[in-house]
Design a protein around this ligand. Sequence first.
Ligand SMILES: [Mg+2]
Ligand SMILES: [Zn+2]
Length: 187
Amino acid sequence: MKKNKCVFLDRDGVLIKDVGYLKDPADIIVLPDVASSLKRLKNAGFVLIIITNQAGIAKGFFTEEDLKNVNNILLNIFKSDGLIIDDLYYCPHHKDGTVEHYTIACDCRKPNTGMVLKGVGKFNIDLKKSFMVGDKDSDMLLAKNSGIRSFYIKNEMYEHDNSVIPDFTVFNLKEAAEIILSINSAL
Ligand SMILES: [Mg+2]
Ligand SMILES: [Zn+2]
């Protein structure tokens, strides 16, 4: 069976504005050119999977229900624009949480590979033909740990440690999508 190629997408700071522990759907701000860029990737045959660390749940800043609500509204914003995201995985855990149920050292919190492997199993993904787009070192490290090429979206919000070298550095998702599409068409 032919394997699929995938773009794994961080949520906050890549698709929507990173407002820090987003709880209120009114604070969802989709970044410029995101929907159109994702549509181009989808049309080129990429599976689109959002993978997001949401330790705010373990830390008691919001509940899993709050998160699901925000995610559903985001997916519906895309849907009403004609864009279907194939899947979305989140990690609610943190080893130093305050909510007991979620306070564990898990294998899904990025840079651990749990969420990527979940997608690989479900969509029969070829990681060598896949990409990760994120705005934190944990996203880049996840890509490295998974054997995926990485795009780092440059930002002032998070410190970028030079020990984690992304394959590409860009300013936004649109730029990442253009490079992915050009690599893809050369294959
Ligand atoms: Mg992020
Ligand atoms: Zn987890």
